[in-house]
Design a protein around this ligand. Structure first.
Ligand SMILES: [Cu+2]
Length: 153
């Protein structure tokens, strides 16, 4: 009789523990992680489309923009991918090269951003960038005249 009672107490105890364990698990579920690469852009965002027909035509649209100091240029590969944005290191204002090197993420070469497939975007922040004219191009399509001029003022 005494043995049977002890067994019952142990069984109830195990049941209670199991229930408590479930509750703890639910309560301690980790919050959803932030989306990958979701760093907030600096300043106003200026949109530039990358377009092309895959063979004879490719362009930045618009190909000439003026942005305020500290803005972010958001490149979107719309058609004729892959595209990228690269800058000629001798065609940017004095002091701009190290700033671009710091601000451009996932580069494939010096001042050369990653290749974007259709619908991919890439942000270039001009935070701390000197005022003046920045001349850029798309590595796969520079021969087709896919060039860009960004004036920071
Ligand atoms: Cu291109």
């Amino acid at each position: 009789m005494r043995f049977a009672l002890l067994t019952t107490v142990v069984a109830i105890g195990a049941l209670a523990c199991g229930k408590k364990g479930d509750q703890t698990q639910t309560q301690s579920a980790p919050p959803a992680p932030p989306a990958a690469g979701a760093a907030a852009p600096t300043g106003p965002v200026v949109e530039v489309k990358m377009t092309g027909n895959g063979s004879t035509k490719a362009a930045f649209e618009p190909s000439s923009i003026t942005i305020p100091a500290g803005a972010t240029v958001r490149f979107t590969s719309v058609s004729g991918a892959p595209h990228n944005i690269a800058f000629w290191s001798d065609s940017v204002p004095a002091g701009a090269v190290p700033v671009l090197q710091a601000n451009m993420k996932n580069t494939v070469d010096n001042l050369s951003g990653p290749f974007l497939q259709q619908n991919e975007t890439y942000d270039v922040s001009f935070a701390n960038a000197p005022k003046g004219t920045y001349k850029g191009y798309c590595v796969p399509h520079v021969a087709l005249g896919m060039k860009l001029s960004i004036k920071v003022e």
